[in-house]
Design a protein around this ligand. Sequence first.
Ligand code: SAM
Length: 303
Amino acid sequence: MSFAEYRELINDGDTAIVFLGHDSMFPITVQHGSQTQTKYGVIRHSTDLVGKKFGSKVTCSKGGWVYILHPTPELWTINLPHRTQILYSTDISIITMMLELKPGSVVCESGTGSGSLSHAIIRSVAPTGHLYTVEFHQQRAEKAMEEFRQHKVDHLVTVKNQDVCKNGFGVSHVADAVFLDIPSPWEAISHAKEALKHEGGRICSFSPCIEQVQRTCLALEEHGFTEVSTLEILLRVYDVRTVSLSVPDLGRPADNQTSSDVNEKSKQSPAPQQGTALFKSGVSPRETVGHTGYLTFATKSLF
Ligand SMILES: C[S@@+](CC[C@H](N)C(=O)[O-])C[C@H]1O[C@@H](n2cnc3c(N)ncnc32)[C@H](O)[C@@H]1O
């Protein structure tokens, strides 16, 4: 298993996702001799997991069952241990597209936080690209390094424990793209410019407040970035439900039909439905996700 590459079989030491339902899953580290408790009973790693295929249905000790899923950045984002606020897949998807990330891209990021975005970047740039991620909180930086090792992507990422606003990204003119998720991104714009390749590249800054956006846009302009644009992306999810509606009463058959006509018709087709009709519909769930943050994109160009 690796977060950048699919493997068929579950190995000792792998991260796996125990799937009980769409709203109920959690990550585990597979270890010979270990056990995991679920509401359906115990999963024994040596006999139930090691050597089995990812995606297998595993019967737990009480007879209930779960699926064991291969980890992906999307599943990790909704299952990871939070050390900070994180970015979710809706924002991440537009970030990876608008930063034009692809295999081989070199990316600078700050802060690393809980590594939610980092995992998505790493998968996009693998197997030949690299992520330089900067986090000034020492424990968070160390924990992120440990997770990247555990997820077998540590060769694709360098974690630096420093203040990006004071010391920058620790690299010069190597990056195709820079991403900022820090409280004062405007203080890191000069360092972002330094990190981006001479021939240019893309930048994105994520901020919850419009005042942060205003200061960032001014700093981007001051440092010669072009194509500055800010957007917000909102997700609406639909649940599929069976809905029942009452059938309207359209009255008795027309009077000018003879009784033999009516009798003839009723032989051909069943009597009109009374009561309710069932059909499938997409319904918006109880609560929709609100504002996460503004995304400001810009380009460093050669000219
Ligand atoms: C909101 S979190 C980032 C979450 C991350 N994007 C994710 O998806 O998991 C912001 C992180 O930036 C770090 N940070 C804030 N200011 C910083 C700075 N000047 N230099 C480096 N890291 C910084 C914080 O310690 C925190 O861990």
